[in-house]
Design a protein around this ligand. Structure first.
Ligand SMILES: Cc1cc2nc3c(=O)[nH]c(=O)nc-3n(C[C@H](O)[C@H](O)[C@H](O)COP(=O)(O)OP(=O)(O)OC[C@H]3O[C@@H](n4cnc5c(N)ncnc54)[C@H](O)[C@@H]3O)c2cc1C
Length: 464
């Protein structure tokens, strides 16, 4: 590749072509950081990252935030600070519309908590637009699901869920602790009464997200009982059900992983219902397709994702059945070379089958690395090869009960499965790998050390 001339001047950056990246998630933040540190710093392109939120939180940790095992405040990254450090600009706001003919993106107004407008709606021109807006929950039009089931798409959802979960545990603890009403003279010590019925939490969908959430919640109940809700009996007072329409949990993984995961979940007293389709979600129950009514104090939907609805408003954009932007192997839309999409919001050919690549952080990360190199090659007038995904395997965490890792090696028809401490270590490494892509190895090590020191002597779960 021809050397990229070093242009440190800001004057050059002012008239450099603008690459507008929308969405600072697992993929978008990596891409903005890489492009900012290279093309942006040298004034070869103006890199702008747009996100509706001011901070980044790595989505695969959401189930840990929802269960209270991870405090989001210690794990968020300020986009503005990252932008200053890495040579890109950050603009807060939600992408509302795109005029592809004029190459203009409309960014919605920013409002505060009371709805007061802070920044009005703006228009931004671009040379290249990269959509990295992730995915939203797919309720598959199940009646009542969007209304009564909680999604898990961002930190706000995780916090909402955690507070409701904590309140439900507090309530059942109070009932278990309350003295029995006695008509006659009070004895010195009164026995606790049993609550009318346990708290019922239903997790719909036993893919990786549902499995990880159910396991994390089961551990969380035990820890809350140990620290704060002393009258709560985790197994008697809190029922956690994991409901899956397919005949086994983790249906896209090897059946051996499904078997081991289900056995582990049952040891944790998670009730696993496979081959069970949800027909309707109500405020206090879910109804299965066989007509069974399962009580529900909280229902969380982890049964699938789709591209955000706003993609439908972009004129002429070809979308998949799951509402994702259809792209070629260079991650460009087929009819507009100035528009790119990657990560969860993109339907990218897998190369090996007719299916699209799955919505996973690993895919988003590899595509971000690919795109950062592809933009540099384009600027240098070099040809750009297509993206090829290299599957490094799948790891599913069961919290303190460990993790399971599956690798599909080309040399063997049978997947390799690893569990125990090796798989658990691998799971922890994934987040650190993401951080090192964003901060560099040195800063990630320092941050990890800081987080370890911060957690020393503190409860292993958020108690309020
Ligand atoms: C609980 C949970 C556990 C998971 N565990 C794993 C795992 O173990 N391994 C794995 O590989 N994957 C896992 N995933 C999937 C993984 O999180 C996603 O595949 C990955 O985050 C996709 O990255 P992305 O950059 O495409 O989108 P995201 O990371 O979702 O980022 C999208 C960004 O776009 C922003 N945005 C959205 N709409 C707009 C708009 N209109 N305007 C401006 N900004 C917008 C959002 O604020 C967000 O910052 C998990 C997901 C969940 C929910």
């Amino acid at each position: 590749m021809a050397p990229i001339p070093d242009f440190p001047s800001k004057a050059r950056a002012a008239d450099a072509a603008r690459i507008l990246i929308v969405g600072g998630g697992a993929g978008g933040l990596q891409l903005a950081t890489r492009l900012g540190s290279t093309l942006g710093r040298r004034g070869l392109a103006q890199i702008v990252l747009v996100d509706r939120l001011p901070t980044h939180f790595w989505k695969p940790l959401l189930h840990e935030a929802a269960s209270g095992h991870r405090d989001p405040a210690s794990h968020t990254i300020e986009y503005a600070a990252q932008a200053k450090r890495h040579g890109f600009e950050f603009v807060q706001g939600e992408l509302r519309a795109v005029d592809r003919a004029r190459r203009i993106a409309t960014i919605g107004a920013v409002v505060d908590q009371d709805g007061t407008q802070i920044v009005p709606q703006r228009e931004m021109d671009y040379h290249d637009l990269v959509l990295a807006v992730g995915s939203v929950t797919n309720f598959f039009n199940v009646p009542g699901a969007a209304r009564h089931a909680l999604p898990l798409e961002h930190v706000g959802h995780a916090e909402d869920f955690r507070k409701k979960f904590l309140a439900a545990c507090a309530k059942v603890n109070h009932l278990a602790d309350a003295p029995a009403a006695l008509p006659t003279a009070l004895p010195a010590i009164q026995p606790p009464t049993q609550p009318a019925r346990p708290v019922c939490i239903n997790v719909i969908g036993a893919g990786a997200t549902g499995v990880e959430l159910a396991a994390a919640l089961r551990h969380a109940v035990g820890q809350l009982a140990a620290y704060r809700f002393r009258a709560l009996d985790p197994e008697r007072d809190v029922r956690i059900r994991l409901i899956e329409g397919a005949p086994r949990v983790l249906p896209v993984l090897d059946p051996r992983i499904s078997g081991r995961t289900q056995a582990q979940l049952e040891r944790l007293h998670v009730e696993v219902l496979t081959g069970t389709r949800v027909a309707r979600v109500e405020e206090e129950a879910i109804v299965t397709s066989s007509g069974e009514r399962l009580p529900a104090d909280m229902t969380i939907w982890a049964a699938g994702v789709a591209g955000p609805a706003m993609l439908r408003s972009i004129d002429g954009l070809a979308l998949s059945a799951s509402n994702q932007v259809i792209v070629t192997d260079t991650l460009q839309t087929p009819d507009d070379p100035h528009m790119f999409a990657f990560g969860d919001c993109a339907a990218c050919p897998s190369g090996t089958s007719s299916a699209y690549l799955p919505p996973r952080a690993q895919v988003a990360h590899q595509q971000a690395v690919y795109l950062s190199q592809a933009f540099a090659q384009r600027l240098a007038g070099k040809p750009v090869a297509g993206f090829v995904f290299r599957d490094a395997g799948t790891v599913v965490s069961l919290g303190q009960s460990g993790a399971l890792y599956q690798a599909d090696l080309r040399v063997s028809a049978r997947a390799v499965i690893v569990d125990g401490p090796a798989a658990a270590g691998l799971y922890r490494l994934l987040y650190r790998k993401h951080l090192s892509g964003v901060h560099g190895i040195g800063r990630t090590l320092l941050q990890t050390l800081g987080q370890l020191l911060h957690s020393y002597g503190r409860p292993s779960i958020k108690l309020h």
